[in-house]
Design a protein around this ligand. Structure first.
Ligand SMILES: *[C@@H]1O[C@H](CO)[C@@H](O)[C@H](O)[C@H]1NC(C)=O
Ligand SMILES: *[C@@H]1O[C@H](CO)[C@@H](O)[C@H](O)[C@H]1NC(C)=O
Length: 361
């Protein structure tokens, strides 16, 4: 919290898909010592079965049970701060916050980017067009979205966000849906931001979607997943120009405005977005609408695929407008791999780093 509040407000960090410890302090003290009563151990057992977890040693089991208990307490804190979503046991409930950050998702790379370039964009759609946008929209129904993928122990969310946007753009251009290669970006893309020159794409250490588009325009295009499969760790670049499946022709940063984001989504296809993932480790379902979620603390790259005009709230507090967001943490996380975040309040910085891309075969 302290750091987020003191940095120059328009700065932000490379997206490394991590839940940031400093950001989390704003949600209150974490309960460190939690004993594990029997019902909790039963919960832990069913968690182990459900997610196929294996702990080699009894000490490891005991340690993971303690971490699990802490995460249950954290989920309860999140539940209080985010009553319209459901927080609880997720595939990550046996990982500490730090492990989730550094081992499961990879280290967050340093570096910042100036997002003013997003703020000062000309409008994408006119006020009249905004008025005539559909009340709800879902690119999945149109066939423009591939299955939910899994980034694994690698901070490569930015690469999944990029491929998701290009998969959608390619579908709009050609009518064909292809799985595109994140691994090409992880291995080959070292592009840096034009303004913040230390914000460079860095494999499992983080990156930015707009850098990735620039790399792809220079490199010539993006290969298919089947020709350049996901390894989940950085390796030597094996990009083959003869196997380019999709070319990126141009991209646009969307202004800080949720009406413009809706317009851009309908007009251009699924959008690459950055957000603050602070509530996502414990998210189980529903419309997430946290009371506190620092807007300037973007740490995760995801794909906006639609929006709804009402979502059923678990706690029956009514209906909420939401964004429909594809994540890259597998289909066992969230609502079959998806996150619903409330719309209309710039929650968790959702309007601060949004880009649309255009593709040609
Ligand atoms: C994308 O890859 C997944 C996993 O291999 C596969 O199940 C799915 O059918 C593929 N989708 C397309 C559009 O090729
Ligand atoms: C790409 O460029 C074309 C032609 O200038 C423009 O009409 C389109 O809106 C652009 N698309 C994106 C996503 O930037």
């Amino acid at each position: 919290m302290a750091l987020a509040a003191h940095v120059i407000p328009v700065l932000l960090f490379l997206l490394s898909c991590t839940v940031d410890a400093l950001g989390r302090q704003t949600v209150g003290p974490t309960i460190l010592q939690v004993t594990a009563p029997r019902h909790l151990e039963n919960e832990f057992q069913s968690f182990i079965r459900r997610y196929g977890k294996q702990y080699a040693h009894p000490d490891e089991y005991a340690h993971r049970l303690r971490v699990f208990a802490q995460n249950i307490a954290r989920a309860a804190e999140h539940q209080l701060l985010d009553p319209t979503a459901k927080h609880g046991i997720t595939p990550f409930s046996d990982l500490t916050e730090e492990e989730f950050e550094t081992q499961f998702l990879g280290l967050r790379a340093g570096g910042m980017e100036d997002v003013r370039q997003f703020a000062n964009q000309p409008p994408i759609v006119s006020q009249e067009e905004v008025q005539s946008l559909p009340k709800s929209f879902d690119w999945r129904e149109k066939g423009a979205v591939t299955d939910v993928k899994m980034q694994g122990t690698c901070g490569s969310c930015w690469a999944f966000s990029t491929t998701g946007a290009i998969e959608g753009a390619n579908y709009i251009a050609t009518g064909k849906l292809l799985n595109l290669s994140e691994q090409q970006l992880i291995d080959c893309d070292h592009e840096c931001d034009a303004i913040e020159k230390t914000a460079c794409d860095n494999g499992c250490g983080g990156g930015l979607m707009t850098n990735a588009y620039k790399y792809l325009i220079k490199a010539g295009g993006l290969m298919e997943e089947k020709d350049y499969p996901y390894a989940g760790k950085q390796g030597q670049c094996k990009f083959d120009k003869n196997k380019i499946a999709v070319k990126v022709s141009n991209f646009t940063n969307i202004p800080f405005n949720e009406d413009q984001i809706m317009g851009a989504l309908v007009k251009h296809g699924p959008l690459a977005v950055g957000l603050n993932a602070i509530f996502m480790q414990t998210y189980v379902g529903g419309v997430s609408c946290p009371l506190i979620c620092p807007k300037r603390w973007l740490n995760h790259g995801v794909l906006l695929v639609g929006y709804g005009s009402h979502g059923f709230s678990i706690l029956r507090l009514g209906y909420k407008q939401y964004w429909l967001i594809k994540n890259s943490w597998g289909a066992k996380w969230g609502e079959n791999g998806y996150y619903k975040l409330c719309r209309g309040h710039n929650i968790c910085g959702i309007d601060s780093m949004v880009s649309a891309v255009a593709a040609t075969p």
